[in-house]
Design a protein around this ligand. Structure first.
Ligand SMILES: NC(=O)c1ccc[n+]([C@@H]2O[C@H](COP(=O)([O-])OP(=O)(O)OC[C@H]3O[C@@H](n4cnc5c(N)ncnc54)[C@H](O)[C@@H]3O)[C@@H](O)[C@H]2O)c1
Length: 330
């Protein structure tokens, strides 16, 4: 039995930071990722290069929808008693153009991961990524894990809700401890090029038009990556207990529990870059929600999670990384 922690999506934004923190703490980490080209593959490779500095990191290029590949991984590097499953086809807007990618990675891939965990003796904990998008068009704020989430407004959200349901059934049937984490807009250094902070920083620094949807009338619970990683690892250490007749399963929100105006967020980027944004105000996009805001009281109670990074601290840290990574103004 391996003591390594498996991180899926290790070349991705959150997976990279999670693996890095685990390695810095002296854990053995096996990372897998298919390195797909949803966004710039060289950014994924650069993240992996950072992880390769650690002798206790092993990377395998693997596709989670390929069951045979996972069997091979488990027999050669595992079996894994602790799994942090972050690989997925992310993005709300892309799911409108590319629905099949979401079913392959998020549904079939998720099934394969829970199947592997099911067949692992003395399995301890699967922590997997869900999303705040499961709250869909809910009007009640802040979003709480007790709220009904039966009205997804994008296929991405529907796949994440399906993952939660599939996982619950496996926890119930096979007594596998699992926690689904509903992440709220994660940002920070090494962030995703398809997300707002990256798009805004790039457009403002290049003097290009900045597309802002719903005429800027949007609010987001922006969560800094270091807080997210602390939340993931605090969760991993606190698996739901195996009790007679109750599935060892839960879902938790991981947000900053502060809903920020998008225009204030843009203001911080402008200040840091010392440049004004040339904004193109556009209507609401299909599949998007106007506001997100997390109630994290359950997460704090169970894992001790308390986010500490404000957008005034976190956004400039992203911009410092962006400028150094892309050699801007050097
Ligand atoms: N970043 C956010 O704000 C946010 C918010 C809510 C939920 N999430 C979820 O958190 C997780 C991590 O997100 P992220 O922001 O790091 O995204 P990311 O796209 O940077 O990371 C996902 C990684 O998974 C890999 N991957 C995708 N499909 C795969 C497959 N079939 N097999 C193997 N690898 C595959 C990708 O190559 C990528 O490196 C995802 O499940 C995402 O849905 C993220």
């Amino acid at each position: 039995m391996s003591n390594s922690i498996l991180v899926t999506g290790a070349a991705g934004f959150i997976g990279f930071h999670t693996a890095l923190r685990l390695l810095q703490a002296g854990n053995d980490v096996v990372g897998i990722d298919n390195l797909n080209d949803y966004y710039d593959v060289s950014l994924k490779e650069a993240r992996l290069q950072e992880l390769d500095n650690f002798a206790n990191f092993h990377f395998i290029k693997e596709e989670i929808s390929n069951k045979d590949g996972l069997d091979k991984l488990w027999s050669e590097k595992g079996p894994f008693k602790n799994v942090i499953h972050l690989a997925a086809q992310a993005g709300v807007r892309y799911s409108i153009e590319n629905p099949h990618a979401y079913i392959t990675s998020n549904i079939l891939g998720h099934l394969n991961i829970i199947e592997m965990c099911r067949h692992t003796k003395d399995f301890e904990h699967l922590v997997f990524a869900s999303s705040s998008s499961v709250y869909g068009g809910n009007k009640k704020l802040p979003y709480s894990v007790e709220d009904p989430v039966d009205n997804p407004i994008s296929l991405y959200a529907a796949t994440k809700k399906s993952d939660e349901l599939m996982s619950h059934s496996y926890s119930h049937l096979y007594n596998i401890p699992q926690t689904g984490l509903r992440f709220f807009t994660v940002y920070g250094p090494w962030g995703r090029p398809d997300m707002a902070l990256f798009i805004f920083t790039k457009a403002i620094s290049e003097g290009k038009k900045l597309p802002v949807f719903n005429h800027g009338e949007m609010k987001r619970d922006f969560t800094y990556i270091d807080d997210i990683v602390t939340g993931i690892l605090g969760t991993l250490e606190n698996p739901p207990k195996r009790e007679e007749g109750v599935a060892p399963y839960r879902v938790l929100n991981i947000g900053n529990t502060k809903s920020e105006n998008l225009m204030d967020f843009i203001g911080i980027i402008e200040n840091k870059l010392g440049k004004k944004a040339d904004i193109d105000f556009l209507p609401m996009q299909a599949g998007d929600v106007k506001e997100t805001y997390a109630n994290i009281s359950e997460t704090t109670r169970i894992t001790g999670y308390k986010p500490t990074t404000t957008i005034n601290e976190g956004v400039p840290r992203f911009i410092d990384w962006y400028k150094s990574y892309y050699k801007i103004g050097a």
